[in-house]
Design a protein around this ligand. Structure first.
Ligand code: ADP
Ligand code: ZN
Ligand code: ZN
Length: 687
């Protein structure tokens, strides 16, 4: 009598199979066992699942097939991992099979049991430990944080300015965990791949190369499998990775660190739109692992959770200044330039330019950022109203002077700049607005007479998505900055992220105002984080810290955001923002989900959303949620696809979750001709 198994298989995103399928096996197999099973005409990798996970789909039309084989060379995925995946699929409204199989390294699909066992052996015969660096004696705040982290698992919010010693707390937190249980494992997450190497270096020198594995999308399939096996088999003590690492199979997880927890990169923006930070908190709870969320500018969600006592706040050297209007000692002074007092069309105020020139002549470095790449965001005709629209998108094509192209940043459509206006033939077509390319060019002219200490002219470099497109280009440019071969670095916000620029003593935001009055309610939060993180880049070298400055050119110098910024006062900023959010009933005081639709026409996209709304009204919990009207997305058409969305909101999480679950089958059943795809985004970051 064969055994019946519930097996999770990789179902396509929009199939209506959301749970496991039934298969037969001659032998009983434990939940979590990897198996190969027939699915349609293919044979796929599946995972034996817990019976209680939901209705196994059987019926007169389904013949229960036998499994093709079990990958018994490797241990089953543990219950905690299965619970994490089940939760993620349910919470983010995706198929269990889609989430579960996407969480495994792709190469696992192609290997049989024997091959896997061989790979596993190679992992087990691990590397020898390298030189181990000694931990630094912790200061009082670090010691208090470490004591708290090793005493309980409750999520911690480690709030500390850049350079306050958070990473040292992560390192010693791992060390204490290993002292208690030498076989325990730690998961350390960073928002971006290019931040991995410098952190990996610190973990490797402390714990040895054999103890640490990386996990991110930049790795080859073979490397990913190797890391995964090292973590899954319990060989790797520390997994260091980007958001995908939250799903790493780690049977003895004792500590989870989410560094720069406020970073939007932790939210997946396609497929299952999960927040790795939020899943980390959930995972810590089910595995009994301590969770540490670290940031100098925490997300308002986490800050609010700490206010309410759901997270334990651990603060490190991040006190706001006692002075009304000045930075605390040891932090860069914030200099505001009131652009209302500058002549029209000023790009660089004389004060800022002078400050940069002084840096150059002293041999120090400056960082100038502007959130717009290209030369100018739009090209326009002075005679008619032609503008460089993209034919495929509801957006302008950006003028790139360097190769004289008009390029759409949404669909990639590029053409050479026309000699004359395509509409009226006028030859006087001109750029409007400024991007990094133009800032770089302009700064070059303005600093022409300025010399380095050795008498050489100032060296200006640009770093943005255009200059770092080629593999290795980013690393090469960063190396040039570190080597001191650049005096002024111009770039997009990319340059403000995590890089340890010790010799930069001036950081300038040339035109950050648009975020102050954005329709996106999270824009001020992101701007404040960006500016404070950027300020943290200046003067990390103690010798230069005293002379470091953060410059902000603005038309709104009295804005409360800048008042808080001048004092490096994140708590003050957060309190003010949270008050506004509470009054407006915005997250974290409300919970949101978006239903997004893409279609041939805007009418079709919206018709789908209207139908979804109409059918929602009869669902249980519908009374508890507010369903707003369907609206076109900010950039409504991309690559000739029309996009619309509809916001669903609720004061508490549970009814929203119940409503979304009940809504799923309804959404799957709607058939709108011309609809391309739809998706639900739970806790969306961009609305
Ligand atoms: P963060 O992660 O908050 O930016 P780091 O942990 O990287 O801060 O610390 C910043 C610098 O201070 C590093 O060079 C680190 O080696 C040093 N540091 C951290 N903690 C201590 C300590 N307790 N004693 C001496 N130096 C420390
Ligand atoms: Zn014209
Ligand atoms: Zn386009």
């Amino acid at each position: 009598m064969p055994y019946t198994l519930a097996v999770v298989v990789p179902t396509p995103a929009h199939s209506n199979i959301s749970g496991p399928l039934s298969y037969q096996s001659e032998l009983p197999l434990a939940a979590g066992t990897l198996v190969r099973v027939p699915l349609g005409r293919r044979e796929v990798l599946g995972i034996v699942w817990d019976e209680e996970a939901g209705a196994v789909q059987t019926g007169p039309e389904v013949v229960t097939k036998p499994i093709a084989g079990a990958l018994d060379g490797i241990a089953p995925l543990v219950a905690g991992w299965r619970q994490l995946v089940t939760f993620a699929a349910r919470y983010y409204q995706r198929g269990l099979g889609e989430v579960a199989l996407a969480a495994l390294p792709p190469q696992l699909r192609d290997l049989d049991g024997t091959q896997l066992a061989r790979r596993l052996k190679r992992v087990t015969a691990a590397d020898s430990p390298g030189t181990l660096s000694a931990p630094l004696p912790p200061n009082a705040e670090q010691a208090a944080a470490l004591d708290a982290i090793s005493a309980s698992a409750a999520p911690f919010l480690l709030f500390g300015a850049t350079g306050s010693g958070k990473t040292e707390v992560y390192l010693q937190g791992v060390q204490r965990m290993l002292q208690k249980d030498p076989r325990a494992q730690a998961l350390v997450m960073v928002p971006e791949i290019n931040l991995t190497p410098q952190l990996q270096e610190r973990f490797v020198t402390r714990f040895g190369a054999g103890a640490v594995v990386a996990m991110n999308s930049g790795m080859t399939p073979a490397q990913r499998l190797k890391s995964w096996l090292a973590a899954h088999s319990g060989q790797a003590r520390i997994v260091l990775g980007t958001r995908m690492a939250v799903f790493a199979s780690m049977p003895r997880l004792g500590l989870i660190v989410v560094d720069e927890e406020h970073d939007p990169s932790y939210k997946q923006q396609e497929g299952a739109r999960y927040s790795a930070r939020d899943l980390a908190v959930y995972r810590g709870m089910i595995d009994g692992a301590a969770v540490v969320l670290g940031s100098a500018t925490p997300s308002l969600e986490s800050w609010h959770a700490a206010d309410k006592g759901r997270y334990t706040r651990l603060s490190m050297a991040a006190r706001a200044s006692d002075a009304q209007d000045a930075a605390p000692p040891g932090f860069p002074a914030v200099r505001m330039v009131d652009m209302n007092l500058q002549p029209k069309r000023t790009v660089f105020s004389p004060q800022l330019l002078d400050a940069i020139a002084q840096r150059v002549s002293r041999g120090e470095q400056s960082l100038v950022f502007l959130n717009r790449r290209g030369y100018a965001p739009v090209l326009a005709c002075s005679a008619c109203d032609w503008k460089s629209d993209c034919p495929n998108c509801s957006a302008y094509r950006v003028f790139h002077k360097i190769d004289r192209t008009l390029r759409c940043h949404h669909c990639g459509f590029a053409e050479r700049v026309p000699r004359a206006c395509p509409s009226c033939g006028n030859v006087d077509i001109a750029p409007i607005g400024r991007g990094t390319e133009q800032i770089e060019e302009h700064l070059g002219e303005l600093l022409r007479g300025v010399r380095q200490p050795g008498g050489e002219p100032a060296r200006i470099a640009r770093m943005d998505a255009d200059t770092t497109r080629l593999k290795g280009a980013l690393e090469e440019q960063l190396a040039r900055v570190h080597a001191g071969d650049v005096d002024v670095l111009v770039g997009t916000q990319m340059v403000t992220k995590g890089h340890d620029f010790r010799r930069i003593t001036l950081v300038a935001a040339v035109n950050p105002d648009s975020a102050l009055f954005s329709s996106d309610f999270r824009a001020p939060e992101r701007l404040f984080a960006l500016l404070l993180q950027a300020a943290g880049r200046a003067g990390r070298d103690a010798v230069h810290a005293a002379a470091s400055e953060m410059w902000v050119q603005t038309w709104h110098p009295g804005h409360p955001l800048f008042t808080s910024l001048r004092r490096h006062d994140y708590p003050g900023f957060a309190a003010q923002q949270l008050k506004e959010r509470e009054q407006a009933g915005m997250p974290p005081f409300a919970f949101q989900a978006l239903l997004r639709a893409e279609a041939r026409t805007q009418e079709i996209a919206q018709a789908f959303l209207h139908a979804a709304k109409a059918q929602a009204e009869t669902l249980p919990d519908a009374a508890a949620v507010a369903i707003y009207s369907a609206v076109p997305m900010g950039v409504q058409r991309v690559a000739n696809v029309e996009r619309a969305q509809m916001l669903v909101e609720c004061a508490t999480r549970a009814p929203l979750q119940r409503f979304l679950a009940a809504w799923q089958p309804v959404l799957h059943s709607l058939r709108e001709k011309g609809l391309i795809r739809w998706a639900v985004d739970v806790d969306p970051l961009v609305i």
